[in-house]
Design a protein around this ligand. Structure first.
Ligand code: NAP
Length: 252
């Protein structure tokens, strides 16, 4: 894909959670290419810094582990204070996410809770840490990564699908709460994208999934990154509370 500069992104400060790999990494690259200063997070500072170094001098990597809500909340308080000192945040991408698949009948409470904590409670905690600053500056763009399975469901992914469907209710409620402060809140719902997350799917199951995709290929991280960048850009300033499907037509 050719490098493209999205309007209204230059000189903005962005935070992309889970920016070390896959979709988050492609989002961070797109924002850097459009002239933003980008902070990416990963579970360890080493992998965050390694990825940031590859993104270039306008990227910085910090650690943020969302697995355990109380710990995440106190780490976020530190990060929000640091970022406030540096002038605040304009663009927020809630991308960090994980799976722990299993059929409902065999799923342990811990397995259910782990995914809800990281994906849904994590999104709530990150939002809560940074929205006050956006309210103060009367500007903000928030995009959360949901999934096609929020609507379609997926056998073996009840915890993950519930977290991603919950996120849509969260997006729409938050969008209503902060619209009058110049903040938009939207979601992008990817189909199956070629990242570490889907590499875990066995080859036969991957081929079966491809049969469901009219465009007959898995998505690339860049396909999702451009939809996210659009929603963060000035081109989307009148869009809020929306869920943008980017799934090659698998659920239309
Ligand atoms: N790939 C798909 O087909 C697909 C489809 C629909 C939606 N999505 C969503 O898109 C987002 C990105 O997916 P991806 O495929 O790019 O995933 P990925 O390649 O597995 O990367 C996940 C990212 O999230 C971070 N992360 C994972 N668990 C975390 C936790 N407990 N706390 C903090 N950070 C955590 C990882 O950090 P580390 O590097 O430290 O592990 C990594 O940066 C996710 O929300 C996913 O649910 C993906």
């Amino acid at each position: 894909m050719t490098e493209m500069k999205w309007p209204g992104i230059a000189s903005r400060r962005a935070l992309v959670t889970g920016g070390s790999r896959g979709i988050g990494r492609a989002i961070a690259q797109t924002l850097v290419d459009s002239g933003a200063e980008v902070i990416i997070t990963a579970r360890t500072v080493e992998s965050a810094e390694r990825a940031a170094a590859e993104l270039g001098p306008s990227a910085r990597g910090v650690d943020l582990d969302l697995s355990e809500p109380a710990r995440a909340e106190s780490r976020l308080a530190e990060l929000a204070a640091e970022i406030k000192q540096a002038g605040g945040l304009d663009l927020l991408v809630l991308n960090a996410g994980m799976t722990r698949d299993g059929l409902v009948m065999r799923m342990s409470l811990a397995q259910w809770q782990e995914v809800i904590d990281a994906n849904l409670t994590g999104a709530y905690l990150v939002t809560k840490a940074f929205v006050p600053g956006m309210i103060r500056s009367r500007f903000g763009r928030i995009v959360m990564l949901s999934s096609v399975v929020a609507r379609m469901g997926n056998a073996g992914q009840s915890n993950y699908a519930a977290s991603k469907a919950g996120m849509i209710g969260f997006v729409r409620s938050l969008a209503r709460e902060v619209a009058s402060r110049g903040i938009t809140v939207n979601a992008v719902a990817p189909g199956f994208v070629d990242t570490d997350m889907t590499k875990a799917i066995p080859e036969a199951a991957r081929n079966k999934l491809l049969e469901l995709v009219p465009l007959a290929r898995l998505g690339e991280p860049e396909d999702i990154a451009s939809a996210v960048a659009f929603l963060l850009s000035d081109a989307a300033s009148y869009i809020t509370g929306e869920v943008l499907d980017v799934n090659g037509g698998m659920d239309m």
